[in-house]
Design a protein around this ligand. Structure first.
Ligand code: HEC
Length: 168
C-alpha cells in the first residue's frame, strides 16, 4: 500500500515537471517609477537587489526555479507581488495609488515585512541594513511629501472602483 502511494507521488512529481508557468521576463520599463521620480543609483541598487524580483517586469530566476513545485510557488509570489506594487508600471498608476503604494513601502520596510523572509533566507544580500532602510524610506517619504504638497488630500483618496480581488 505504502509503496503504491509512494510510486503514485513520484509519478505526480515527475508529471508536474512538465508544467512551466510563464516567466516574468518582459523587462518592460516604459512606465518605470524613475521616469517620473528621479531615482539616485544608491536607491536603485537597493530596490534592484531586494524588491525587483517580485515587484518589476523582470525576475532573476535561480536554477531551482525550474523545478516543480518550487516554480509554482515562486510564480505565485511574483504574480502577487507585481499585482500589489510594480516598480516598472508605477508611472501608470493614478496619483492616489502612487501615494498609497509609497506609503505602504515605507510601512512594509519599517515593519520588516518586505522583502519577504522566505526570500531573504536564500537571498541574504536582500536583507536590508538600517542605512539601506533609511535610504529607501526617506526617498519614498520625500515623494509622498511632494505629492501631498501638490495635490489636495481629497484627490488622493482611493475610490473603491476596482473589482473584488484586485490590488488595493
Ligand atoms: C519574494 C518576493 C518579494 C520580495 C523580494 C519583495 N516583495 Fe513586496 N510583496 C510581495 C508579495 C507576494 C506581496 C503581496 C502580498 C503581501 O502583502 O504579502 C507584496 C506586497 C508589497 C507591497 C504592497 C502591500 C499592499 O498592501 O498592497 C509593497 C509596498 C511591497 N511589497 C514593497 C516591497 C519592497 C519595498 C520590497 C523590497 C525592499 C519588497 N516588497 C520585496 C513579494 C515580495
Amino acid at each position: 500500500m505504502i509503496k503504491k502511494i509512494l510510486i503514485g507521488l513520484l509519478v505526480i512529481l515527475i508529471a508536474i515537471q512538465f508544467i512551466k508557468p510563464e516567466r516574468n521576463l518582459s523587462g518592460d520599463t516604459q512606465k518605470d517609477i524613475a521616469t517620473i521620480y528621479p531615482m539616485p543609483d544608491s536607491v536603485k541598487i537597493v530596490f534592484d537587489k531586494a524588491c525587483a524580483d517580485c515587484h518589476s517586469n523582470k525576475t532573476n530566476y535561480p536554477w531551482y526555479a525550474s523545478i516543480q513545485p518550487v516554480a509554482f510557488w515562486l510564480n505565485d509570489h511574483v504574480k502577487d507581488g507585481k499585482r500589489h506594487f510594480n516598480l516598472n508600471e508605477f508611472a501608470g498608476y493614478r496619483i492616489g495609488k502612487q501615494n498609497k503604494k509609497l506609503e505602504e513601502c515605507i510601512e512594509q520596510i519599517k515593519e520588516g515585512e518586505m522583502p519577504l523572509s522566505s526570500y531573504t533566507i536564500i537571498h541574504k544580500e536582500a536583507v536590508l541594513t538600517d542605512a539601506e532602510k533609511t535610504l529607501i524610506i526617506n526617498w519614498c517619504q520625500n515623494i509622498v511629501d511632494t505629492i501631498h504638497a501638490k495635490y489636495p488630500a481629497d484627490s488622493l483618496k482611493l475610490q473603491r472602483q476596482q473589482k473584488p480581488g484586485q490590488a488595493k
